[in-house]
Ligand binder design. Sequence first.
Ligand SMILES: O=C(O)Cc1cc(O)ccc1O
Ligand SMILES: [Fe+2]
Length: 472
Amino acid sequence: MPVTQFEFKEKYRYQNGFNCYLESEAVEGALPVGHNSPQKPPYGLYAEKLSGTAFTAPRHENKQTWLYRVLPSCAHPPYQPDAEPGHPGSNETIKGTKEGTLHYIPNQLRWDPFDHDEAKHLDFVSGLRLVAGAGDPTLKQGLGMYVYAAGKSMDETAAFYSADGDLLVVAQEGTLDIRTEFGWLLVRPMEICVIPRGVKFQVLLPSGPARGYALELYEGHFNLPELGPIGSNGLANARDFQSPVACFSEAFGTTASDGPGSYTVTVKFNNSLFKTVQPHTPFDVVAWHGNYYPFKYDLGRFNTIGSISFDHPDPSIFTVLSAPSPVPGTAIADFVIFPPRWLVGEDTFRPPWYHRNTMSEFMGLIQGGYDAKRGGAGGFVPGGASLHNVMSGHGPDAESCEAARDAELKPMKVGGGSCAFMFESCLMLGVTEWGLRTCQKVQEGYNEESWGGVRTHWKLPEGLKVKTHLVD
Ligand SMILES: O=C(O)Cc1cc(O)ccc1O
Ligand SMILES: [Fe+2]
């Protein structure tokens, strides 16, 4: 059914701000006033608390939301393990291997663009593939890195949630129309969203097939990075984050065990999928208030900051969101983007310097090219990825390096119409069997092709006295 202008406007109304205490009611008076759990909440709703941190987490970290819904979430038949091994979206593909073990490889890896779902038999959940990860969701430590390829919408009677972590979704191709318990989020390419642990959602594809990347954070939550001397504005500004308004369905019966339909809820629990089928909709939240909710962000709104004198700054200057570890300044996951920007550095090697990083770097490309790597077939291209793990040396490929050494250093706009991103983590990443072999996208000659041709420029000026010299 086509949406009318009015419905469209209502459905995609958002509340603005990051990490705010928000409230929303789809029906006037559905939110209890001055009270969280009255004896009988308005209109016969049930009050249900959804916590994103321990009840006793410090005030500045505490995340909770009160939901006012037609039926409480506990009213469902038992969950059952889902799908046979090997089946798309089965435990095997979510874990990465049958045993769930990961491959630890010091080599640089790069992937050709991941396949679209040509056959249109995958939806967002069955099209989700774990490529790399670290840690363990049962310990609430670490993270998972995914690509998704979906050719069709999730069923209108389907919902999904992850008990394992908060899911940051990076849309690369195709629009995601995401229905959540909290309301709707429209996420287009060059936009991202975060769906917190436990929040049920359904992904529709209004513009056809979709492909993208996702990061699941088993530990903590994403925050805006500290701005330090940058001051009180810049990078991703708080007001540009958008959250849904309450929107509910009336598909329920007189009790929790009768109802108009069959609604399938799939849960990802310790990287395994479980399913239940309940007769009432899980999208029955009429009102909510709290600070634990899904949100979206348009990467085009990022206020990019960089050097206006010399030298190439650390990429942390491009951090959109950061999920801290207990070690100050050290992230379990940073989400970093490389948007179009001006380069004006004088006497500066402008692309990323060569480096070995104690953090691991998983990169993807949303659109366009990346200034340190060649594009085209077999290069770093939209929909593909690279992984430079802990201490794996990397930097511009030989071609980009030579071009940058000889470039005339006038002000120059890089990356017009392009946007690469990086999931950077303090943890060593393991690659799944799917990521390494099954997907068949790993570029075999990546290292040799990129850096095999790096030229030696070393030349000792004649007559210069050598202070120390190793005699081999
Ligand atoms: O490796 C990369 O391409 C990402 C990156 C970019 C940059 O500008 C500096 C460091 C870094 O790791
Ligand atoms: Fe790097």
